[in-house]
Design a protein. Structure first.
Length: 144
């Protein structure tokens, strides 16, 4: 891609520098000039092969400009895809951490329920309170 830019600049410069050439015929003598003859017959010669008049764009220059524009679009799309992939990875990590936290809370609630069922007396009341708090924490963090 970097080698293409100097080539494009050279093409654009050669097209910009191309000026018309006039063939002048006066008294049987022929001369060439960059402006029409003051006296005699003058004919504007076509530009040499590969050179276009000012303002005219060659197919190669137009294709090169299109390639540069397409490359810019491709780079912008690749940048957007990388940004999107990073956002997706971040969301996946967050969702994984949330699932892990919910699993911990489910486990704590189950243990608290087992303790409440196993204990008697004052220990049972404390275990039921812990089970209730575990249930509330689970409902708050993992509503579904």
């Amino acid at each position: 891609m970097n080698r293409l830019i100097p080539l494009l600049a050279a093409c654009a410069l050669s097209n910009a520098l191309a000026q018309p050439v006039y063939k002048c015929t006066h008294a049987g003598k022929t001369s060439y000039a960059d402006r029409p003859c003051a006296a005699g017959k003058s004919v504007e010669l076509p530009p040499p092969a590969g050179v276009r008049p000012e303002g005219a764009e060659t197919v190669a220059a137009r294709d090169a400009r299109t390639l540069v524009e397409l490359e810019k679009l491709r780079l912008a799309q690749a940048k957007e895809e990388r940004r999107s992939a990073r956002a997706d990875a971040r969301a996946a990590r967050t969702a994984g951490a949330h699932r892990k936290q919910c699993a911990r809370l489910h486990l704590r609630k189950r243990w608290a329920d087992e303790d409440a069922a196993r204990l008697t007396g004052r220990g049972r009341v404390a275990a039921q309170r812990r089970a209730q708090r575990a249930q509330e924490a689970l409902a708050l963090e993992c509503p579904a």
